[in-house]
Design a protein around this ligand. Sequence first.
Ligand SMILES: [Ca+2]
Length: 477
Amino acid sequence: MFHKKYSILIKAGKVLIFRDIVYKSNVFKQFFTYPVFLILFLSFIGAMGFGAVVKYHYDGGKNYQFLQKPVMLIASVPIKFRQMIMYKTFNLNKIVNKPLILTKHKDKKRFEQFIPNKRNALLVLPRYDHSISRSVVDVVDLNNFEVIHTYKHDIAEMNDQVTNTEEFPRIKIDYSPIRFEYRHPLLFSDGSLTSIYRLPYKIDFCSNLEWINDEEIFHHSKMLDHEGNIWAGGKMNPKSKYVKKYSNEDFSDDSIIKINTDGKILFNKSVTEILIENNIVANNFALTTSLSKEFDPIHLNDIEPAFIDTQYWKQGDVFLSSRHQSSIIHYRPSTNKVINYITGPFAQQHDVDIISDKEISIFNNNNFFVDNEHSEVIIYNFETNEFRTLFNDQLQKNNFKTETEGLSHIFNDGALMVEETNHGRIILFNNEGEKEWEFVNKDKNGDIGPVDWSRVIEDELFIEQFKSLVENKKCTN
Ligand SMILES: [Ca+2]
């Protein structure tokens, strides 16, 4: 009886399952009609084609602009939509032109002091302020972290003075007032300030423009040398001799440029040329790199001049940081000789500094393919040829990482300041490696903007002169 009942139930179940399969099969047939199948097939082919155009664009392809432009416009819709929500605006121009609002440290305070310590030093702090939609340079007294002076000049007026439109065709778009950022500004004791935004310029204590130089593209750090001239990165146009015969106009021919404080170019030499003439790379370097689609193989990001002779370098030598070779080039301009070509446990580094008569520090972004979660500060000793890291545990504990940009400064007493440029944060560790303070570039609305290569001044006479200028300030703007 039980078996009969069970058998009937099983049969009924099979019938139901069979009916279900027949039903699903019919639905499948009804849905996958020939036109639907054709649409799906064409969509699949279209998606592959779309992806191929995006890949071609990011590989640097120059042809098929009629396809590239609309495809890239469509591809950017999701990110634009996300930005509209983030910036709370439908005005695309505002979004396109502004630096991003940063989020990594959104839960931190703007400034927090962990160990009270008055430091007679100035922090020259270039920072983007989203609440006023522009970049400013604050000069901060590190005794109390008070802003004692701010530079904020007329960017539109400066852009109007650029006449070399062949070299700078997009200056008013790419460096419009809401997009422009002060980078690594260099302060003089008379209160004037020079910096670079694609070209170098100088403003006075009251932020009035003194000069610009639009002869050549300039970039990255700017450092005074022992003669009072300024070293900065450049891009040669026309290209240098080993580049122009081997490569096309897309090749970035990075150079080292020395200018005086009136903006006159005194020296300009291609880094590719330096490496070829010192037999570090082959003379067809520009060709081989271009063929492998690397059009920016040097990417010079810092030039650090030596002020005095030591056992390991001479006054006037410069240390060049090449991000894309992950190397530090110790170069002597007076003889065109590379004295040392340093590679080591660092990848895509920025900011080389001379820190003693036999040591340099290297800000290691640490962009290796493995174990790359934190950026580091590395010390290289010329006497022992050895590398060591500085306060690495503390940097890791503070989740410190900037993939691009970034810098470090070692104070006279051995304290370490590090700038996490990508995330708008600066940390100061005292010489025991304890966190003294932390700054996040939050504006009055709590939005975080980038910081762009700050600078520490510890020269007592300079500080005294600058504070006297502040006390007697008569600026009308
Ligand atoms: Ca440096």
